[in-house]
Design a protein around this ligand. Structure first.
Ligand SMILES: Cc1cc2nc3c(=O)[nH]c(=O)nc-3n(C[C@H](O)[C@H](O)[C@H](O)COP(=O)(O)OP(=O)(O)OC[C@H]3O[C@@H](n4cnc5c(N)ncnc54)[C@H](O)[C@@H]3O)c2cc1C
Length: 402
């Protein structure tokens, strides 16, 4: 529902995200009751930590019932399915609500050349799948799934590479190039996740090169900017300038960043200044500044506001209105994780904005480490789960009082 008079510059209210009837129209009462139990559990940090470690162990060692219990709980809420065939169902449900998907093969943490080739092959299959499903325009991947951490670290440090590392580096660039090539041919967009700051220079190097090669006329490749880092706004502007000088579109996914605790701890341990902004407010300011910059250059930046933060979404909506940018502009996308912030996603979609869900998929044993990492590393998870829980309870109460 569009709110009248949305003009409070620092706290605009363009859309009303509090309408849980819209947010959960696609959920049955039973699904909401299950979500209430799950969010209640995840919201308790100790239970979350212990439960996720035990869960990961049980799945890894194939303990009886582990896979079935995981499927009926976290998987149902946060994952699209074990295979692309299963993903089709989730994608179709989202399609009915005018929400598109960014397919995310969730397996991670394996460090050998054959695993990197498997990730690439899986990603190519996802791109082929996307090209056959209109509401799956995006596939996402991580460079650490295509390359070893040691190689990325050495490249990022500027260390001289051994002959074997040179060979491995060429193989990584080739894997990424194959993905971009198929994505370009099939009309699919490829998002590359941002990772830890100590391997990000290597990621930037290969991804920015790919962008210059493939983003002619449209953004085939999108890099990710973590605005919890104090240097990323400048990096965004610098890469935009390079793209403009080469006549290509900058593809940018804006996120706040998921590894804050790890980043700060490593900086302290190794005695270098933390790359992370000193406060949440500073991160918010950088993030919202980046949104304004992208809106100001909407014709040459294809970007996604990948956030659950309602104020950042409202600021982008107000910014679009002020600049006269159409709701369905092909370069302005919103994106939330599957199973989270449904109030934001489905309200945006109902109002005609372009919005996608990040939809992870993959075998249970491979995806569980990804879910555990997300639950444990994301310090905002407790706050986010508290908000999800409140929304689910509100909707259950609304339905009961009808
Ligand atoms: C679609 C999608 C794709 C994503 N892809 C990536 C990715 O590729 N790489 C990645 O790293 N993350 C990624 N994330 C996660 C993202 O970076 C955030 O961790 C998460 O979305 C929470 O931030 P928020 O903007 O949604 O909301 P908020 O809850 O408003 O912000 C929480 C975030 O603010 C920052 N923050 C919190 N406290 C402080 C503090 N004291 N000082 C400084 N900063 C602080 C942290 O980044 C924290 O995660 C993705 C998220 C989404 C929704």
């Amino acid at each position: 529902m569009e709110v009248k008079n949305p003009t409070k510059p620092n706290n605009p209210q363009v859309l009303n995200f509090a309408d849980t009837a819209v947010a959960f129209a696609h959920r049955t009462d039973q699904e909401l009751k299950d979500a209430k139990i799950l969010f209640g559990f995840i919201n308790k940090p100790l239970l979350n930590k212990v439960g996720s470690v035990i869960g990961a162990f049980a799945v890894k060692w194939k303990l009886p019932f582990a896979e079935r219990i995981t499927m009926q709980t976290v998987y149902k809420q946060f994952v699209g399915g074990r295979t692309l065939l299963e993903v089709e169902d989730a994608a179709e449900k989202l399609n009915k609500l005018k929400v598109t998907c960014a397919l995310d093969y969730g397996a991670e943490g394996k460090n050998d050349e054959s695993a990197y080739n498997t990730t690439m092959t899986e990603c190519i299959r996802a791109i082929e799948f996307a090209s056959q499903h209109e509401n799956v325009p995006i596939v996402t991947t991580k460079i650490s799934g295509l390359a070893s951490d040691d190689l990325l670290l050495n490249l990022s440090n500027g260390s001289a590479l051994s002959a074997a590392e040179e060979k491995a580096y060429k193989a990584v660039a080739k894997r990424l190039d194959s993905l971009c090539h198929v994505a370009a041919e099939r009309g699919v967009q490829l998002y590359i996740d941002a990772e830890e700051s100590w391997i990000q220079p290597a990621i930037d190097k290969v991804v920015n090169n790919a962008m210059l090669r493939y983003n002619k006329g449209r953004a085939v490749v999108c890099s990710t900017y973590q605005l919890y880092r104090h240097d990323r706004y400048d990096a965004l502007v610098a890469q935009h300038n390079i793209c403009q000088s080469r006549g290509v579109i900058l593809g940018a996914k804006l996120v706040r960043g998921a590894y804050m605790v790890k980043e700060r701890a490593r900086a302290k341990e190794k005695g270098y200044p933390s790359p992370i902004n000193p406060t949440k407010e500073a991160t918010d300011t950088e993030y919202n500044k980046a949104i304004s910059y992208c809106l100001d250059h909407i014709e040459t930046i294809d970007f996604v506001n990948a956030s659950h933060n309602e104020l950042s979404v409202q600021l982008m909506l107000a910014g679009m209105q002020e600049r006269g940018i159409a709701k369905d502009h092909k370069h302005a996308l919103f994106c939330q994780l599957y199973g989270m912030s449904d109030n934001v996603t489905f309200t945006l979609a109902a109002e005609g904005y372009r919005v996608a869900k990040y939809l992870p998929y993959g075998p249970v044993a491979d995806v569980v480490p990804y879910l555990v990492r997300r639950a444990q590393e994301n310090t905002s998870i407790a706050g986010e789960m508290g908000r999800e829980l409140r929304l689910v309870i509100k909707e259950l109460e609304r339905r009961k009082s009808k």
